[in-house]
Design a protein around this ligand. Structure first.
Ligand code: T6T
Length: 314
């Protein structure tokens, strides 16, 4: 009826359904396991996964843990392995803890593709697709330097150590900050992907170092909490915030001047590439072991123009 046909999905009108299931037999089932459910980055990736899966005749089952946490993600992997899909795309939540369960999935004959994050030894995977995270961290420092040409104290607020993406972003920022004598690098603090913890971290950091000039928040939830904390401290003028990711809240924060720059990833393309690679592996074709997707800097200057296209879906 009308209600069903008018159901809106994040991906738009043509991506609510997945493959028809008649083109690959049982060899067409793809499990997509997100880093965390409800995250606009993974929602956008899901749209890319579903669109490409539909083209290639694959059926997609999407699951994600309630928190970005290997103790919650591992049981999902184990149950997916038991259900024996042909392929799995996953953003592992920890470089160590998720390695053995995923190796086991590959040993069970499932074609495993790592999307976004990776593990310490990904040799079992048919592909790894991610942004240039270290480069993006360096770019974040460049943006902070442009906003504070005379330098000063800078801080990183990240998620948890052991997350490949945010660790790489932190490294990229840290190396660039330490190499610039005008800046004092105050180090990284971890918010456990919780905005209210990120807000508490920046509040405490500002009371210890009231002259902080810049913060790099390494993902959506770190950035959300950082902007709340800086705003509440009444320091939005002084403290320049650069955040990784470009969800609707980050775009709003950019427009209202709380955040000065966003490093937007291309999660849709990560999903598309991931599906293409596992599909190739299923057909016995060669795969690309590592694929790096780009990022785009969004500022007040381009947010209403070219930058708008890089905003994530919600
Ligand atoms: O930044 C993305 C993703 O790349 C990262 O691995 C985890 O956090 C996000 O999903 C954003 O919340």
């Amino acid at each position: 009826g009308l209600a069903a046909t008018l159901t809106l999905t994040a991906c738009g009108s043509d991506s609510g359904s997945t493959g028809s299931g008649d083109s690959g037999g049982s060899n067409n089932e793809l499990a997509f396991i997100q880093g965390v459910a409800g995250d606009q980055f993974y929602i956008t990736m899901e749209c890319g996964v579903k669109a490409e899966a539909e083209k290639l005749g694959m059926e997609v089952d999407v699951q994600g843990p309630q928190k970005f946490d290997p103790t919650l993600q591992k049981p999902i992997v184990d149950s997916v392995v038991a259900s024996k899909p042909a392929a799995m795309l996953i953003a592992p939540t920890d470089t160590s803890a998720m390695e053995a369960p995923l190796k086991q999935a590959a040993s069970a004959g499932i074609k495993v593709g790592l999307v976004d994050t990776t593990v310490n030894d990904p040799s079992f995977a048919v592909t790894q697709v991610s942004s240039d995270n270290e480069g993006g961290g360096a770019e974040a420092f460049k943006a902070i330097k442009e906003l504070n040409p005379s330098g000063g104290k800078v801080l990183v607020i990240s998620t948890d150590p052991g997350v490949s993406t945010t660790d790489a972003r932190t490294k990229g920022f840290e190396d660039a900050a330490k190499a610039d004598s005008a800046f004092t690098y105050l180090g990284v603090q971890y918010s456990h992907n919780d905005p209210s913890t990120a807000a508490k971290i920046i509040t405490a950091a500002l009371s210890k170092d009231p002259d902080i000039v810049g913060v790099f928040a390494t993902n959506l939830f770190s950035a959300a909490g950082t902007s709340t904390g800086v705003k509440q401290a009444g320091k939005a003028e002084q403290v320049k915030i650069v955040g990784f990711d470009a969800g609707p809240d980050q775009i709003s924060a950019l427009k209202d001047g709380t955040v000065q720059a966003l490093i937007a990833q291309d999660p849709y393309q990560i999903g598309v590439d991931g599906v293409q690679q596992v599909s190739a592996a299923l057909k016995g074709e060669s795969t690309t072991k590592e694929i790096q997707t780009g990022f785009h800097v969004i500022t007040a200057d381009n947010v209403d123009g070219e930058g708008a296209q890089y905003a994530y879906k919600s």
